[in-house]
Design a protein around this ligand. Sequence first.
Ligand SMILES: [Mg+2]
Length: 235
Amino acid sequence: MITEKTNIEVIAFDADDTLWMNETIFSKAQGQYREMLQTYIEPEVLDQRFHETMIRNLQSFGYGIKNFTFSMIETAIELSYGKISGLEIQQIINLGREMLKHPVELINGVKETLHKLSKEFELMIITKGDLFDQEGKIARSGIAHYFPRVEILSEKNEMAYTNILKRYQITTEQFLMVGNSLKSDVIPVCKIGANALHIPFHITWAHEQVEEKEHQNLSYWKAKSIKEVPDLVKC
Ligand SMILES: [Mg+2]
């Protein structure tokens, strides 16, 4: 925990499950998918295979709802040995489409916090996922005006953060990244020597989970709610 005035000038926020709910939408859709296919497949088998398919497909489709939807279809075809009907595939596509249209639900305290921070800091969004979907969510969120800079990346790793800092001429001391994922928002940021703040969300996607040893020696801030950010940065 930092107790003195920091040199932070730019605060970057992750978007999904940091500014607005996301994993809850995916979990709900996966529940409906499970129900839809219960006549063909045991839910546990489906979950496991679906997860594997989605991770494998990240290389082709990247993060986001498109990959989720393609992977639901692919897994259903594989596990039903091709018996799944066109009608059922249509239902899966509809499930994906509903996810894309889902209203953006801001996490409690986001608006007030951004309002306060925007008076003293330059705010940024750094998110990963599907460009079209993320741009749509930012536009519908009602908080886009707080973010003069938005970066939508295919992966959030050390190289990606280094490039952003270089491009905007921000030093590591001036930069704070706030997010719910240790893997994407905290560990790579700490490793390049910048500041990171972890605010966990109640559900973490299995792919974003990391082992304790990967972050136990790193120094970063922790908070339970975004509302704590202004105090942490002495705003
Ligand atoms: Mg996130």
